[in-house]
Design a binder for this molecule. Structure first.
Ligand code: GAR
Length: 197
C-alpha cells in the first residue's frame, strides 16, 4: 500500500476533499493507496478533528517546541516516515501547511512532495495572494498544484484551475471562489500522480 501523509496548519478543507475523494474513488483498490495520517504543526488545527472524524490517524508537532527549522523538519520527517510502508513510494501532501521547509526536507521527498498554492503560479508566490491579484488589476485568479522544490512556490506544475476576479471581490470572496476549485483539482492531481507511481 502506498501511504499518503497530509500536512496541514489550519482548516483542512483541502485535506478533507482528498480524504473524501480517496474513499469515493476507492484509491485503495484502484491505486493501492490510502491516506495514512494527517499531521499538523498547530496542535489546535481544526483539520485534525475533521481527519479524526474520517477515521484517519492524526498527530501534531508544534514547531515552536524546536530550537531550529532544521530540528523541526528532522522530527517531522521521522514522524512522516513512521507511516511509510517499506518498499512503497510515499506521497506527502502540503494542504495549507504554512511552514517554509528546509532544502534537506524537500530533497528527502523529491518527486513525492506536493503543494497547493492559491494563485496561478508563477504569479504571486508567497502570502496574501488574493489581495495582491486584486490590487494588480488581474481579471483572473486561481490555484496551482505543484511538486515542491527547494525554492518557495516553485516546482513542476501538475494542475491549475482558473476563476474570474469580479468587480466587487474582496480577498475573502475571491479566496472562497478559488478554494472551491482547489477542492476539485488537488484530489484529481494526486490521483493522476498515483496512476504513474
Ligand atoms: C488554501 O487556500 C491553500 O491553497 C492555502 O491555504 C489554504 C488552506 O485551506 N495554502 C497556502 O497559502 C500555502 N502557501 P485549507 O486548510 O482549508 O485546505
Amino acid at each position: 500500500m502506498k501511504n499518503i501523509v497530509i500536512l496541514i496548519s489550519g482548516g483542512g478543507s483541502n485535506m478533507l476533499a482528498i480524504v473524501k475523494a480517496s474513499k469515493r474513488e476507492n484509491w485503495a483498490a484502484n491505486y493501492q493507496a490510502q491516506v495514512a495520517a494527517v499531521i499538523s504543526n498547530k496542535t489546535n488545527a481544526k483539520g485534525l478533528a475533521l481527519a479524526a472524524q474520517q477515521g484517519i490517524a492524526t498527530a501534531s508537532l508544534d514547531h515552536k517546541a524546536f530550537a531550529s527549522r532544521e530540528a523541526f523538519d528532522t522530527a517531522l520527517a521521522q514522524r512522516i516516515d513512521s507511516y511509510a510502508t517499506p518498499g512503497q513510494p510515499q506521497l506527502v501532501l502540503l494542504a495549507g501547511f504554512m511552514r517554509i521547509l528546509t532544502p534537506g526536507f524537500v530533497n528527502h521527498y523529491a518527486g513525492r512532495l506536493v503543494n497547493i498554492h492559491p494563485s496561478l503560479l508563477p504569479a504571486f508566490p508567497g502570502l496574501h495572494t488574493h489581495q495582491r491579484a486584486i490590487d494588480a488589476g488581474c481579471k483572473l485568479a486561481g490555484a496551482t498544484v505543484h511538486l515542491v522544490t527547494p525554492e518557495l512556490d516553485h516546482g513542476p506544475i501538475l494542475a491549475q484551475a482558473v476563476v474570474p476576479i469580479l468587480p466587487n471581490d474582496s480577498a475573502e470572496t475571491l479566496a472562497a471562489r478559488v478554494l472551491s476549485q482547489e477542492h476539485l483539482i488537488y484530489p484529481q492531481a494526486v490521483a493522476s500522480l498515483l496512476q504513474v507511481q
